[in-house]
Design a protein around this ligand. Sequence first.
Ligand SMILES: Nc1ncnc2c1ncn2[C@@H]1O[C@H](COP(=O)(O)OP(=O)(O)OP(=O)(O)O)[C@@H](O)[C@H]1O
Ligand SMILES: [Mg+2]
Length: 371
Amino acid sequence: MSPAPGTGAFESGLSASTGTGEAGERAGERGVTSAESSALERAAEAALRPRRLAEFVGQQVVREQLSLVLDAAAARGRAPEHMLLSGPPGLGKTTLAMIIAAELNAPLRITSGPAVQHAGDLAAILSSLEEGEVLFIDEIHRLARPAEEMLYMAMEDFRVDVVVGKGVGATSIPLELPPFTAVGATTRAGLLPSPLRDRFGFTGHLDYYRPAELETVITRSAARLEVEIDAEAAAEIAGRCRGTPRIANRLLRRVRDWSQVRGSGRIDLEAAHAALAVYEVDERGLDRLDRAVLRALCERFAGGPVGLGTLAVAVGEETETVETMVEPFLVREGLISRTPRGRIATPATWAHVGLAAPSPGAGTTPPLGRF
Ligand SMILES: Nc1ncnc2c1ncn2[C@@H]1O[C@H](COP(=O)(O)OP(=O)(O)OP(=O)(O)O)[C@@H](O)[C@H]1O
Ligand SMILES: [Mg+2]
C-alpha cells in the first residue's frame, strides 16, 4: 500500500510501504487505529497551517504573482481567474488554496480528482456553488475524463450541460453557473491535458524551500505549539526536513515530544539531536529507508547500474514507493543517479554510506532491468 502523497518514507520512521508512518506506529502502541492516527496527524497539521498570505513563508515569486491577481480582482469587484498550483507534496498547495479563499473572504468548497468519478458528481458540486465561491480541486490530474470535459465549459462559460435520461430519450439541460474561481492542485502538472491547463489564468509552481525559510516555518509553528525553541535547534531541524514545510512541522512535533518527555520542555540543540537520532533522521535529512536504498546500491550492486525493481526488492519495498517516495529526494541531493541502464551511485553516495567506491572497471554488476 503506498503512503498518501507527502507522507514519504522519511517522515514515518517506518518504511513508507507500511503506509502508516510513525503516527500509525505510535497509534498501534496506544490502541488508536491508524485511520484515527492519520486524522490526528491531519488535525495537528491543520493547526499549524498559515491562514493569510502574509503568514505564508517563502515562495516569493508565486506570492507576488498571486497577490497581484487577488488585488486586481478585488479592485474590479470580480471573482479572480481560475488558478492552478503545482509542486511536490507538502510544499503548500492546499495551504495556498485555503489562503486564496480567506483573502477573498469567499466560501471554500473542497473536493479532489479521485472523489469526482462521474460528470454528475461534478455537476452536483458546480450547481450548488455560491457566487464568488472558491472550488478547490486537489489532485486535479486524477479527474475522470467526462468530469474533466464538463469542467472545461464550466470554467470557460460558467455553464454546464447536464444530460438527463439515457439513450434516445436523453436530453441535455443547460445549467447557468454563478461566477466562481476554481483552484486546482497537482503534484503531476505534466499529466494535465492542455485544454484543462489552458483554462487556468494563473499557474503557480511551488518549489522546495531554503533552510532559512524553513527555520521561519519552524519558529512560527513552535510559537503556535507554545513551545520554546532555540534558533540553533530550529536551524538543525530546518537542515534535515528535505526542503519541505510539512516535514519540518512533523519533525518539530517529534522533537517537541522528546523534549517534553525526556528533556527540559524547551527545544534546544541537544533535544533536536536526540529526537532526530530516535527517528533515525541523519544530518542531511535521510531516514532509515533512504539509507537502506543507498547501502543496497553500494554493497549489493557495487554502485550499479541496477534496475529500480531489483533495488526495491533488495530493500523489501514496493517499486512505486522507492520511485516516488525515496528517489526524488536522493536524486535532488545527488545521492543517486537515474540512467537508462539503471540506478547508479555517485561519489557522494559512497561518501554518505562511508564506503570506498570500487576502482573503475572493478567487478560491477551487469545492468538489471525493471521487473
Ligand atoms: N509557505 C508555508 N509557510 C508555512 N507553512 C507552510 C507553508 N507551506 C506549507 N506549510 C505547512 O506544511 C503543511 C503541508 O502543506 P500543504 O498541505 O499545503 O501541502 P500540499 O502541497 O498541499 O501537499 P500535498 O501535495 O501532499 O497535498 C501545512 O499544514 C502547513 O502547515
Ligand atoms: Mg494538499
